[in-house]
Design a protein around this ligand. Structure first.
Ligand code: NAG
Ligand code: NAG
Ligand code: NAG
Ligand code: NAG
Length: 289
């Protein structure tokens, strides 16, 4: 935990608390915005978390990043005293704070929408250990919560004039990793992203890095869940054969550099090596490379 938080604060000069991004200085003064995104890191430095944090520090400094986006799972079981630990509710069952849709981050031409994806998953309402640990205070009744969240998201996206509207959630929509696609999000969230031509959806949950390109839609699916424990060695390559642009079963993170005309996404491994990158053109959202 600590090394990463310090690295983030040091680098980006923004406050970064439990998935909540609070900007504390004006950014994008030179017409560009760069952020780094990482997820699934809360391991008290173990599983290379500290090493990845260190590399994030170097890459972040080099790129002059403006802020850090966390794609969730900021604490794991071992970071908590028990199921009554308030940190659990704050950081796991409610990663993206009390509101269904967190106040989006906005800087003129970049608008980031954080969606709390946890209540969408039937898994967390089933009969299993994880479900038993959930704290649904403020979330129930679930259907109402979800429909309000989707309504808020739609209207926030529609009323935004930003060139780049990016949606961030914890769970993947499409993935070839251990967990795979999230059916609930495919059915409920994806249609909103498609209808509004959202260029990228960024998630964690899978402890790896992935880039799955549009499948009849404008959405690029970016997984950045390699903040600590990784190497799951379960990959379903057959699932998105044609649309899989990149997969790394290991630690790492991504950076997203945005100007009014172009976005560049770069995937780094846990040692800071560039593994994959691609560009999007704002005018038509067509891949430039
Ligand atoms: C940590 O990173 C090193 C270098 O990439 C790798 O060899 C090692 O397996 C990683 N350890 C864990 C626990 O992921
Ligand atoms: C914007 O400024 C940051 C540092 O403040 C720098 O790292 C970055 O390269 C600049 N971007 C452009 C497009 O000039
Ligand atoms: C978006 O643009 C419209 C028309 O130019 C303007 O009326 C509206 O205030 C803008 N909205 C925001 C959130 O800036
Ligand atoms: C990963 O999984 C494959 C297929 O199940 C297996 O052959 C291989 O030995 C595994 N590798 C590791 C490092 O566990």
């Amino acid at each position: 935990m600590l090394p990463l938080l310090i690295a983030c604060l040091y680098l980006s000069k923004v406050t970064f608390t439990l998935g909540l991004v609070q900007i504390s200085q004006p950014i994008g003064a030179n017409g560009s915005v760069t952020f780094l995104a990482v997820g699934d890191w809360g391991r008290k430095g173990a599983y290379n978390q500290s090493a990845v944090a260190h590399v994030m520090g170097e890459v972040g400094a080099k790129q002059g990043i403006d802020f850090v986006v966390s794609t969730g799972d900021n604490f794991y079981e071992d970071g908590l005293t028990g199921i009554n630990d308030p940190a659990f509710a704050q950081s796991f069952s409610r990663i993206y704070t009390a509101k269904s849709l967190q106040k989006p981050w906005y800087s003129g031409f970049v608008h980031i929408f954080f969606v709390d994806t946890i209540p969408f998953l039937n898994h967390y309402f089933g009969k299993n250990e994880e479900a038993n640990k959930m704290n649904w205070k403020g979330i129930l009744p679930r259907e109402k919560y979800i429909s309000n969240l989707l309504k808020d998201l739609k209207s926030a996206i529609r009323s935004s004039n930003a060139t780049w509207k990016i949606v961030v959630g914890h769970h993947p929509i499409r993935s070839i990793g251990f967990h795979g696609d999230t059916k609930e999000l495919l059915h409920q969230l994806l249609p909103i992203l498609q209808a509004n031509k959202i260029p990228m959806y960024i998630n964690g949950h899978e402890h790896c890095l992935e880039h799955i390109s549009n499948i009849g839609t404008p959405v690029e699916f970016l997984t950045t869940g390699g903040g600590s424990m990784a190497w799951r060695n379960v990959t379903h390559y057959e699932r998105y054969k044609k649309n899989l642009k990149f997969y790394h079963d290991g630690q790492g993170f991504i950076t997203v550099q945005l100007t009014k005309s172009e976005a560049k996404v770069t995937f780094y491994d846990g040692q800071g090596k560039t593994l994959h990158s691609f560009k999007l053109n704002a005018a038509n959202n067509i891949k430039a490379q």
